[in-house]
Design a protein around this ligand. Structure first.
Ligand SMILES: O=C(O)CCC(=O)C(=O)O
Length: 295
């Protein structure tokens, strides 16, 4: 459960870090599941439905940047979107309304070569009828300033939706020279394994490379208020949509609010993951990881 101060901080800053939500046993289970999934990547040479691969990946030295939808591949990950501690926090932030899961991804950011993620707002990828949407990040490792923490610009969730296009196509990243970003105000999300972050879908965030000798595995769950209806990806069926409700009541009445929207069209030239789409961005904020630069 969140304190009143944490709820106020989320609404003011657009993000919070909550320590101790997942137990050491749950984290150990997720780490073991991660190791088993990464081992399967040795048989894979191209990005596929399960893996987004780091440059330099090979069967002998598997390098995975992201495991896509880990809940589809392992029961330990499938349990996380229904974690009572996570759902209680979201319901508090959303005035007791229901919660619907969307998808998840495990960003690996391995020791020495974990890729950065350029500045973006999740909302630019998936606008809805209201903006009670958040990504919940579960820290599978201790995260400090050296192993590539996610960084957020406080208060940016109340500002504009910035242009995420390059050469006329969506690329899932913002040119860091764009006026008004105020990146100098950014704050890192740090904490011990088992902590969660919650960041508003409109919050401007990015993530530095991992130049440390330690991994930084960060599970991101895309969550939305039960009454937020997607403006872009229509659900495949009512059963699929209703099956994603993980807390509270179903509704046939989307809540419509005057939220700023900038559509992610024409679509990104490179599809598959945010890393692929963002590779089209010319002016980058984050440096490549040191090991990648060294070659
Ligand atoms: O891995 C991170 O630190 C953040 C990644 C992120 O923002 C994303 O994948 O959308």
């Amino acid at each position: 459960m969140l304190t009143t101060a944490q709820i106020d901080q989320y609404h003011a800053d657009g993000f919070i870090v909550v320590p101790g939500v997942l137990s050491p046993q749950q984290i150990a289970g997720l780490r073991a599941a991660t190791d088993a999934l990464v081992a399967r990547s040795a048989a894979v040479l191209e990005h596929d439905a399960m893996f987004d691969l780091e440059p330099g990946h090979s069967a002998a030295t598997p390098r995975v940047r992201r495991i896509k939808n880990p809940d589809l591949w392992d029961a330990a990950f499938a349990a996380v979107p229904r974690h009572p501690g996570i759902l209680a926090c979201l319901q508090q932030l959303w005035g007791g309304r229901g919660v619907r899961y969307d998808i998840s991804k495990l960003n690996m950011k391995s020791a020495g070569f974990g890729s950065p993620v350029e500045w973006h707002q999740d909302w630019a990828f998936y606008p809805h009828t209201n903006d009670d949407l958040a990504a919940v990040g579960v820290m599978l490792d201790d995260i400090d300033l050296d192993n590539g923490p996610m960084e957020v610009v406080p208060g940016s969730h109340r500002g504009p939706i910035f242009d995420h296009h390059t050469d006329g196509h969506f690329c899932g990243a913002i040119d860091p020279a764009t006026p008004g970003l105020q990146l100098e105000r950014r704050r890192p999300c740090l904490g011990p394994a088992g902590s969660i972050t919650i960041h508003h879908a409109r919050a401007l965030h990015g993530s530095a490379p991992n130049n440390s000798g330690r991994p930084r595995r960060f599970l991101l769950l895309q969550m939305r208020c039960a009454d937020a209806w997607p403006l872009i990806a229509k659900p495949a069926s009512w059963e699929d949509w209703a099956g994603l409700l993980v807390a509270g009541e179903e509704t046939l009445t989307p809540r419509m609010e005057a939220v700023p929207v900038r559509l992610p069209y024409p679509p990104a030239r490179r599809q598959g993951s945010i890393y692929e789409s963002q590779s089209e961005l010319k002016n980058r904020f984050f440096e490549a990881p040191r090991e990648a630069v060294a070659g």
